[in-house]
Design a protein around this ligand. Structure first.
Ligand SMILES: Nc1nc2c(ncn2[C@@H]2O[C@H](COP(=O)(O)OP(=O)(O)OP(=O)(O)O)[C@@H](O)[C@H]2O)c(=O)[nH]1
Ligand SMILES: [Mg+2]
Length: 309
């Protein structure tokens, strides 16, 4: 047999695919890790807690396996309706997955929410992997103690120690997932990396810049919507977005002195959008007050959250 024949008639390698839910306390680095494993920004990240609001899928291919990562909102003790809807979305993500990765900020350890999540995970039947993140900030001995403490509550199938920001340990984790997910056809086309429509990702990017710029002043009550998306003949795109705040007093903060805050938010968002879209972007941001949007069912539908929870 010639080489060509053997390649043409060679054995087909079975494809694998599956859903992997990332759950964990807020700020553990779930979105950072999804972006790293997908190899592109599909989910926004900030140093503030409660950045991710709804479940989002980031899709990666490793060897012959398509891995669909489900980035979920951080799990914490909910107070408001939005909190409850976010936490419900996170747990339902876990129940729908083939495999669950519990992400723990190794620096913070098991205190507080992580402990409660471990308890909650006892009820979940799927295989579970413990991922200790942010190991760039922790001594090795402390990591081993933390892994042992978590595994004493739940016997995890495997434990990984990684840094989502510098990538350490991430290749081994990917190899593991690619090998252990079930055989089966891929769920998404080969070139799809996210399930979020571009308009929504664009809104998320602006929300990220808003979080980053106004982290002290502005509470969590900002919501961004893309209202208009116009492809222009010259190859550029005009995007109009509205930032919804809950109170008039917040509007002043979002605009900043002489409009300085909103300008820098807009510039940062535009720059990133232009990179992602690979085209020139004209971004127009409007700030509006919509009292109690946190209690408006329509907003929940848009975010893919369940209002009734
Ligand atoms: N030093 C260090 N920081 C990290 C690492 N991974 C994530 N971070 C930082 O942790 C913060 C939170 O990251 P996110 O990815 O937004 O966390 P999250 O778990 O998605 O948070 P929520 O969406 O709010 O639940 C950001 O400031 C990240 O840069 C890591 O491996 N090392
Ligand atoms: Mg997140």
């Amino acid at each position: 047999m010639t080489e060509t024949e053997s390649a043409g008639g060679g054995e087909a390698v079975a494809t694998r695919s599956g859903f992997v839910a990332l759950i964990g306390p807020t700020n553990a680095g779930k979105s950072t890790l999804v972006n790293r494993l997908v190899g592109a920004k599909v989910s926004i990240v900030s140093h503030k807690v409660q950045t991710t609001r709804a479940m989002l899928r980031g899709i990666a291919i490793h060897d012959h396996t398509q891995i669909v990562f489900m980035d979920t909102p951080g799990i914490f003790k909910p107070r408001r309706r939005l909190d409850r809807a976010m936490v419900t979305a996170a747990w339902s993500g876990a129940r729908d997955a083939d495999l669950i990765m519990l992400l723990v900020d190794a620096e913070r350890g098991l205190k507080g929410d992580a402990e409660a999540i471990l308890e909650g995970l006892k009820e979940v039947r799927q295989p579970k992997i413990l991922v200790l993140n942010k190991i760039d900030r922790v001594r090795h001995e402390d990591l081993l103690a933390l892994a042992a403490a978590a595994n004493a509550v739940i016997a995890f199938d495997r434990t990984y120690m990684i840094s989502a920001t510098n990538g350490s340990g991430c290749d081994d984790l990917m190899d593991d997932l690619a090998k252990t997910l079930p055989e089966g056809p891929w769920y998404y086309p080969e070139d799809q990396i996210s399930d979020l429509p571009m308009r929504q990702l664009a809104a998320e990017i602006t929300r990220e810049k808003l979080f980053l710029r106004l982290h002290q002043e502005l509470p969590y009550s900002a919501h961004v919507e893309t209202e208009k998306w116009e492809e222009r003949k010259d190859g550029s795109v005009r995007i109009e977005q509205v930032i919804y705040l809950e109170r008039d007093s917040q509007k002043k903060i979002a605009l900043g002195k002489g409009g300085e805050a909103i300008k820098s938010i807009s510039m940062a968002a535009r720059k990133e959008l232009a990179e992602i879209l690979d085209q020139k972007v004209h971004l127009f941001l409007f700030v509006k007050v919509r009292e109690n949007w946190g209690d408006d069912p329509e907003r929940y539908r848009e975010m893919g959250l369940d209002y009734s929870k």
